[in-house]
Design a protein around this ligand. Structure first.
Ligand SMILES: Cc1ncc(COP(=O)(O)O)c(C=O)c1O
Length: 384
């Protein structure tokens, strides 16, 4: 990479050979992992058992063990995982469910589908996860549940959340869609609440080749109920005992996920290493990176930072071939679809500030040291 001397950094960048850095690149999956996935898929196609086949059962067992939970039930998506958890826990019309404004809509829609009323609170300024003090203040006699979101791969403040739930007789559904393998004070995400919803969307830390989701829980009765709900409410073929739906994790996806699960600890480690390099290389620049709590294992589903002139920096990076994301550009309470909701009239300053200043950098296993350095030196050039 030849760099001209006697020029400012910005002009130097123009002289460099353009390195493009994708935001996410699944094609970098190591060949050995790819082959194992191909083999696993072949097994399924040979056996012709595509719905709730043996692989679903095997993956559910492996993922429950991975999460230190008693059970896992594979479902069609992360949204469904949260929805069926809420339904099985008995959310009824008028029940309030407290969650955080700084999240993806996939946390909110299941509350509404379950006939609950979402009650939003703001996020913490330093970690950007749900603020437990605001949760405590939002509890009313109608509150039934709390959904803490382990956002960007960092666990929410679970001790405080669980204490509020216990004091007020509430259930807790962890939104673990972005936190496969993350831990909080030694406890794995997915093992702390009454239930947890995971997404296996392809770009997640544990991603399928399509949509998929899973509920983890330590409650066998709840697991059995969700096992029926996701399969037309059946206890056995044509015995429809509860109100259900078709929301099963596909057998092919389960076979793929089982292989990828064996690589997940290394993949999470790779993400942590990338995040460490970003933190070190960006330390001298005017960017704010959310704190990483010393008592968590953050799995960096996203590497986010807050910066003034976000949009200008983003287009500068784009011109240099560096893709970025924004998680999330429009806060939940400002989305058109929720314009008539009670929470649309409220303001959540931390969430709003984050939406205006947030930028997510490329992070995925296989991102090279050279690419990381290119991203950080380009950000540095922007500021010089
Ligand atoms: C925080 C959060 N919750 C819920 C979901 C919903 O998951 P899915 O897209 O698998 O339905 C997602 C997915 O992106 C998410 O990031």
């Amino acid at each position: 990479m030849a760099i001209q001397t006697h020029c400012n950094q910005t002009r130097c960048l123009m002289k460099r050979e353009m390195i493009t850095v994708p935001f996410f690149d699944m094609s970098r999956t190591p060949e050995s992992e790819r082959q194992a996935i191909d083999e696993a898929m072949k097994k399924v196609t040979k056996r012709n058992s595509f719905v709730l086949g043996q692989e679903v059962n095997d993956f559910e067992k492996a993922f429950a063990t991975f999460c230190s939970a008693e059970r896992c039930i594979g479902v069609a998506s992360g949204c469904d995982a949260i929805l069926w958890s809420l339904e099985a826990l008995g959310i009824e019309p008028g029940d309030e469910v407290i969650t955080v404004a700084n999240t993806f809509i996939g946390t909110i829609l299941p509350i509404l589908r379950a006939s609950g009323t979402p009650v939003l609170v703001d996020c913490l300024e330093d970690a950007l996860t749900i603020d437990p003090d605001q949760v405590a203040a939002a509890v009313t006699p109608r509150t039934k549940a709390i959904i803490p979101v382990h956002l960007y791969g960092q666990p929410a403040e679970m001790d405080e959340i669980l204490a509020i739930a216990e004091k007020n007789g509430l259930v807790v559904v962890e939104d673990a869609a972005q936190a496969h393998g993350a831990t909080y004070k030694g406890r794995t995400c997915g093992s702390m609440g009454n239930a947890a919803g995971f997404s296996f969307y392809p770009a997640k830390n544990l991603g399928a080749f399509g949509d998929g989701g899973g509920v983890t829980t330590n409650d066998h009765r709840l697991a059995d109920r969700i096992g029926m709900i996701r399969n037309y409410g059946q206890s056995k073929k044509y015995h429809h005992d509860v109100d259900g739906w078709n929301s099963r994790l596909d057998t092919l996806q389960a076979a793929i996920l089982a292989v990828k699960l064996t690589h997940l600890p290394a993949a999470n480690e790779a993400r942590r290493s990338i995040a460490k390099q970003y933190r070190e290389q960006l330390a001298h620049l005017p960017v704010e990176i959310p704190v990483e709590r010393e008592y968590v294992d953050h799995v960096y589903h996203q590497f986010v930072m807050q910066v003034d002139q976000r949009d200008e920096l983003r287009s500068f990076l784009d011109q240099q071939g560096i893709q970025t994301g924004i998680h999330y550009p429009i806060p939940i309470h400002k989305l058109k679809v929720f314009a008539e909701s009670e929470f649309a009239r409220k303001s959540f300053p931390e969430t709003e500030a984050a939406a205006n200043r947030m930028l997510s950098l490329p992070i995925f296993p296989g991102l090279t040291t050279e690419e990381i350095a290119h991203v950080t030196s380009t950000i540095s050039a922007f500021f010089s």
